[in-house]
Ligand binder design. Structure first.
Ligand code: CO
Length: 501
């Protein structure tokens, strides 16, 4: 428990662990319904479908997972049109989900430390991993794809969320090939004919003593625009990246991987990652045209999952990333719900300014308080930008569950904050631009909230120009959805054909 209040919340305590833990309970049920309980009004111009992925199960028939990141992917969709909203959720019918639902027991080990029952003997030399399809969900080239970075995506029907199966992207991916869960969308990519188009830019990484990075760019119809491979020295844990018009930018964390405890059955693969605070973090810069040399820049030790954005300006490359001072594992806790927040590193927003000519890297810290899951206007991905929205803990110091939202003006440093403390818990915000909007913050910020008061989940819609006032609408679900990971928005409406009377 922390003690702090904010201007928007008079909470004497930020949260209780009991409340927070309940938001991780499994949600085995699948629903379809019009959302009846709406506070405020859904903006009339907001039309399309919000998708979100995350672990739907945090236990398998009562056997608790050590980490929610090991939970089976469940897709949520909310289709919005004419001020109405339709909710649906479905588990991704992966091979592993179907097998375990049938047998009623864990059949796989989790990357984040969940072991099969039976101690190390039952787990030793079992290195097959379950593609749990739980990290992100995007709609591109007419396909809805559930992403998990260590293997191929699963394709779903965007109307029903029914699983259509593993997808190799029309023959582009080989069986089991890694495909990152953090594609970037370049809104205005010049084409050979002098026009511009939106592109999905993403990557896959195979890591060992050296690491091979495959970079893909996809046209709007899902066909391949670019495909190139690069080998970089050392083990590379690359969860996310950033793009600019000319570059793909990665941060290679100073970690090593010792597979022995994993192979021997004592630990999950991610628990065998060792952070080396003496080693520099490397920024890897790869030309998007696939030619030219790969550049490496050394900077202060830190561990990065997510990047907010990158852009080029006056011979410099600017990269904004969410940085931890060490690898954020769960320590000695028996599972994630028992984690000691006092010993979890709190991430901050760092800005790296890389001089491409001199290789000098400057670091500043625009947001010092704990923050995670950044979002910006989609038209500014890879471009100089002004407004960043990101999840925050209620307390301004230390590490704690995410409960709120901050909007940061990267030019002036001005901030707007809002918190759902003491009984509301957040996650990743999502910025949606207003159709025909002109200002960079002309739009809405969506935030999925777990409300411990009613043990249910709500979708909060904020006016992006005024976060402090709080949500302009709240769509209250009839049930809870476990805390999710990443989501996206498409302006296509995938709800029932006719909004109801
Ligand atoms: Co992520």
């Amino acid at each position: 428990m922390q003690t702090l209040s904010s201007p928007n919340s008079n909470a004497a305590i930020a949260y209780t662990r009991e409340d927070w833990k309940q938001g991780y309970e499994s949600q085995p049920q699948e629903f379809d319904y019009w959302i009846e309980d709406i506070e405020g009004e859904i903006p009339a111009e907001l039309s399309g479908t919000v998708f979100r992925n995350g672990p739907g199960l945090t236990d398998i028939n009562g056997y608790r997972l050590r980490h929610p990141f090991d939970g089976d992917g469940m897709i949520n969709s909310i289709a919005i049109a004419q001020g109405q909203a339709y909710y649906r959720n479905r588990f991704v019918r992966t091979e592993g989900y179907l097998k375990e639902q049938k047998s009623g027991k864990p059949e796989y080990r989790g990357v984040f430390g969940t072991q099969k029952p039976g101690g190390w003997l039952a787990n030793a030399f079992d290195i097959k991993l379950k593609n749990i399809a739980n990290t992100h969900v995007v709609y591109w080239g007419g396909k809805l794809l559930a992403l998990w970075e260590a293997a191929q995506p699963h394709r779903l029907d965007p109307n029903t969320l029914a699983t259509l199966g593993l997808d190799n992207l029309d023959g582009i991916l080989t069986k089991g090939e890694p495909f990152a869960a953090h594609p970037k969308f370049d809104a205005n990519c010049p084409t050979a004919t002098g026009k511009s188009e939106e592109r999905m830019v993403t990557f896959g990484v195979k890591s060992g003593l050296s690491s091979t990075l495959r970079i893909f760019e996809f046209h709007p119809d899902g066909t391949l625009a670019k495909d190139h491979r690069h080998t970089v020295p050392g083990f590379a844990f690359l969860h996310d990246f950033a793009i600019t018009p000319n570059y793909c930018v990665f941060v290679q964390n100073p970690v090593s991987f010792n597979p022995l405890p994993f192979v021997a059955g004592f630990q999950g693969a991610a628990e065998c990652i060792q952070f080396n605070p003496e080693a520099p973090t490397k920024i890897i810069v790869i030309p998007r045209n696939g030619q030219g040399k790969v550049q490496f820049f050394e900077t202060d030790p830190c561990f990065v999952f997510h990047h907010a954005n990158a852009f080029e300006k006056d011979g410099q490359l600017i990269l904004d990333s969410i940085c931890y001072n060490e690898f954020p594992d769960i320590g000695d806790a028996k599972d994630y719900s028992e984690v000691d927040f006092d010993h979890v590193p709190a991430s901050q927003l760092w800005r790296f300014t890389i001089d491409l000519a001199t290789a000098k890297v400057d670091v500043t810290v625009p947001i010092e308080r704990y923050c995670e899951f950044p979002t910006i206007h989609p038209g500014n991905v890879g471009q100089e930008y002004r407004y960043l929205y990101i999840g925050i803990a209620h307390d301004q110091t230390g590490s704690a569950p995410l409960q709120g939202l901050i909007k940061r003006d990267m030019q002036t440093g001005a901030e707007q904050t809002w918190s759902a403390a003491p009984r509301g818990f957040g996650g990743e915000p999502l910025f949606i631009a207003k159709p025909n909007g002109t200002a960079e913050d002309d739009g809405w910020v969506l935030l999925w909230l777990y409300n411990a008061v009613g043990h249910n989940t709500e979708l909060a819609i904020f006016n992006a120009q005024d976060i402090t006032t709080g949500p302009i609408a709240k769509l209250n679900l009839k049930h809870h959805v476990p805390y999710g990971l990443h989501g996206s928005f498409t302006s296509q409406y995938f709800g029932p054909q006719q909004p109801r009377e």
